[in-house]
Design a binder for this molecule. Structure first.
Ligand code: N01
Length: 538
C-alpha cells in the first residue's frame, strides 16, 4: 500500500455487511445522521448467509423469529415460505432489507479489512484494506459475526489430495456436483448434520468421519400455512415481546417445570411431544436441563434411544449414539432426516475416536485402520469462533498494542462490547456477550441499539472518546465465568464455545450464558448510570 493513497474520512466505519453491519449502518446513518461506511469482504450483503451456501444450509431459528424486529413495516411486509428459512431465502431477505433502506450505496463490497490502528493523538481509527484503500473514522464497529473464520484442520497431505475439497463456510457459489462421486465429510456439528442427508441423496457414496457423536432433534420443516401467517399477523407484537424477554431470544418460553417434578412416564410423554413438535424448543421442555446433570441425563437418554431406534445397522447406531457430553452443552443441532440417512446403503460412518485420521493421501483419507478412497472431501469442521474473526483484522489499539496480545490468554472485555486500550472500538456480538447462545438477530439488535444510543449520548454531551477500564473488564470476565459455571455448558470438552476445536486456542468459555434478557438489563443499567465502567472524555 502506498502512503500516498488518499484517506477517506468518516464518522464511523463498520466492518461486515451481515445482519449486524446492515442495521448498524441504518442506525448511525439514518437515525443519528452520521457519515458511516461499511467495508465488506464479500461481493454482496449477507455475511454468514453470503458465505455458507453448503447443501442443506438452513437456519435453526424459526423463520418468523429470524428477522429484524426494529421496523413494524418491514416485519409486516416480509413473508417467509417455510418453518425454517433456507440460505437462499435468508439472502433474499437481507437483500430486500438492504434495498428497502437504501444501504448498498454506503457499503464497499469486495473490500477485505487487513488492519485497523488507533491514532491516539488524532483520536481516529485508521483502517487499511487488502486492495490498499485507506480509511479513517472516529468510531470503529466490528460486525464480523461469530462464525466467519473457517477452521480447516491442518491434516497432513491435504495439498496432495488429487480430488476436490471444500469447507462448508466457503462454499462455491455455483454449487458442487456430487453425482456419482465418493464423498468424505469430516464433521458432525450443526452444519455437517444439515449437509449429510442432502449430499447422501446425490453422491455415489458418502463416508462421514465423526470425532464427537452429537445429539440432534428433528426440525420438522414444512411450508408455513396461511393459517400460521394469519396468526402471526395478529400476534406479531407478542412474538417480538417474547423473543425480547426470554433468555435465548427465541419465540418460545422455557417451561417452569423441573425434570423430577414429573414421574418417568409423564417425562417420556413430554419428550415424545417435544420430539414430535421438533426444533430447538426441545431443550425448553424443562427448566433445569442445562443446570442439573441428572436432569439432563433423562433428555440425553431419550435422544440416544431415538437414535438407536432410527438407525437400523447396530454398528452405525452405536457409533452415532455414543455421545460423551450433556445434551445441549454443545450447540444442539436440529435436522431433516439426518439419522435416517445412515439407513441408506451409500452412507457409512467412521468413528475417529477408534481410528483417528493419520493423513490425507492423493486418493482419499487414511485413518489408523485403513484407506478411504475419495473424490471429494467436505470439511464441515466449523470455525475459529468468536475471537477468530476479530483477531484476523489485525487491530492495534492505543500505544500500538495488538488485540492479539491483549487476548493472548483468551478474550477479555467489558460486556462483550469494548476492550480497555481500544477506545471507540465496539464489537457487535463479541465474546462475552450472549450472541451464539441467543437467536442471533435479537442479540444483534440489542447491541446495535445500545452502541447507537451510546454514540448519540456522547455526541449530545460533546464527548468524543469512550474506553472501558481494566477493572470493568475484570468484573465482567468474572461474571462471564460465573454464568458459564452455573450451567453444564463447560462440561462439553470438545466445544467451540470453549475454543476447543482449534488446536492451541486458549480454553475460555466465550459467550455470556447469563441469558439475553438479563444481559439486556445489565447493559441498560450501565447506560442509565452514565456508562458505568467506561471513561468518557472529549
Ligand atoms: O461447526 P462445529 P459447525 N478432525 O464446530 C469436527 C452455527 N450453525 O459448522 O466436536 C475431525 O459445531 C468437530 O468435531 P469435535 C451453530 O451455532 C448454525 O457444524 O470438535 N473432526 C465437529 O463435529 C453451530 O454450532 C446454523 O470433536 C473435526 C465438526 O467438525 C456453529 O454454526 C447451521 C476436526 C465441527 O462442528 C458451528 O457449526 C449450521 C478434526 N481435525 C451451523 N475439527 C443455523 O441454523 C473439527 N471437527 C443458524
Amino acid at each position: 500500500m502506498s502512503n500516498n493513497t488518499p484517506v477517506a474520512s468518516y464518522d464511523a466505519l463498520i466492518i461486515g455487511a451481515g445482519f449486524s453491519g446492515m442495521y448498524q449502518l441504518h442506525s448511525l446513518r439514518d437515525r443519528l445522521g452520521l457519515k458511516a461506511l461499511v467495508l465488506e469482504a464479500g461481493s454482496g450483503v449477507g455475511g454468514t448467509w453470503y458465505w455458507n451456501r453448503y447443501p442443506g444450509a438452513r437456519c435453526d431459528s424459526e423463520s418468523h423469529s429470524y428477522n429484524y424486529t426494529f421496523s413494524k413495516e418491514l416485519l409486516a411486509e416480509w413473508r417467509w415460505s417455510e418453518r425454517y428459512p433456507e440460505q437462499p431465502e435468508i439472502l433474499r431477505y437481507l437483500n430486500h432489507v438492504a434495498d428497502r433502506f437504501d444501504l448498498k450505496r454506503d457499503i464497499r463490497f469486495d473490500t477485505r479489512v487487513t488492519g485497523a490502528r488507533y491514532d491516539e493523538a488524532a483520536n481516529l481509527w485508521h483502517v487499511t484494506t487488502e486492495t490498499g484503500e485507506r480509511y479513517a473514522a472516529q468510531y470503529l464497529i466490528t460486525a464480523v459475526g461469530c462464525l466467519s473464520t473457517a477452521n480447516v484442520p491442518k491434516i497432513p497431505g491435504l495439498e496432495e489430495f488429487a480430488g476436490d475439497w471444500y469447507h462448508t463456510g466457503q462454499w462455491p457459489h455455483g454449487g458442487v456436483d456430487f453425482t456419482g462421486k465418493r464423498v468424505g465429510q469430516i464433521g458432525t456439528g450443526s452444519t455437517g448434520i444439515q449437509a449429510v442427508p442432502v449430499i447422501a441423496a446425490q453422491a455415489g457414496h458418502l463416508t462421514v468421519f465423526q470425532r464427537t457423536a452429537n445429539y440432534s432433534v428433528p426440525a420438522h420443516n414444512a411450508p408455513l400455512t396461511p393459517e400460521f401467517q394469519a396468526w402471526l399477523d395478529s400476534n406479531r407484537e407478542e412474538v417480538v415481546q417474547t423473543m425480547r424477554s426470554t433468555p435465548n431470544g427465541h419465540p418460545f418460553t422455557i417451561s417452569e417445570r423441573k425434570v423430577f417434578d414429573v414421574d418417568a412416564e409423564e417425562r417420556e410423554r413430554i419428550y415424545e411431544a417435544a420430539w414430535a413438535k421438533g426444533g430447538l424448543q426441545f431443550r425448553a421442555s424443562f427448566q433445569d436441563l442445562l443446570v442439573d446433570k441428572t436432569a439432563n441425563d433423562t433428555a440425553a437418554d431419550f435422544i440416544k434411544r431415538k437414535i438407536r431406534s432410527i438407525v437400523k445397522d447396530p454398528r452405525k447406531a452405536a457409533i452415532l449414539s455414543d455421545i460423551d457430553h450433556p445434551y445441549a452443552a454443545k450447540r444442539p443441532p436440529i435436522d431433516t432426516h439426518y439419522f435416517e440417512a445412515y439407513n441408506r446403503d451409500n452412507v457409512d460412518i467412521v468413528n475417529l475416536r477408534a481410528e483417528p485420521i493419520e493423513r490425507i493421501t492423493p486418493n482419499g483419507i487414511r485413518t489408523s485402520a485403513r484407506d478411504y478412497p475419495l473424490d471429494i472431501i467436505v470439511f464441515a469442521t466449523g470455525f475459529d469462533a468468536m475471537t477468530g474473526p476479530l483477531l484476523r483484522l489485525n487491530i492495534q489499539g492505543a500505544g500500538g498494542r495488538k488485540l492479539a496480545e491483549a487476548w493472548e490468554a483468551g478474550p477479555r472485555n467489558y460486556l462483550g462490547l469494548q476492550v480497555a486500550g481500544f477506545p471507540n472500538l465496539f464489537t457487535i456480538t463479541g465474546p462475552g456477550s450472549p450472541s451464539v447462545l441467543c437467536n442471533m438477530p435479537i442479540a444483534i439488535e440489542q447491541h446495535v441499539e445500545w452502541i447507537t444510543d451510546c454514540i448519540d449520548a456522547m455526541r449530545k454531551r460533546g464527548l468524543r472518546r469512550i474506553e472501558t477500564t481494566e477493572a470493568a473488564m475484570d468484573g465482567w470476565v468474572a461474571e462471564v465465568n460465573r454464568a458459564a459455571d452455573a450451567t453444564l455448558l463447560p462440561q462439553a470438552k470438545h466445544s467451540w464455545y470453549l475454543g476447543a476445536n482449534v488446536p492451541g486456542k486458549p480454553r475460555v468459555f466465550m459467550p455470556y450464558a447469563g441469558g439475553m434478557a438479563h444481559y439486556r438489563r445489565i447493559c441498560d443499567q450501565v447506560a442509565a448510570k452514565g456508562y458505568e465502567g467506561f471513561v468518557l472524555s472529549d
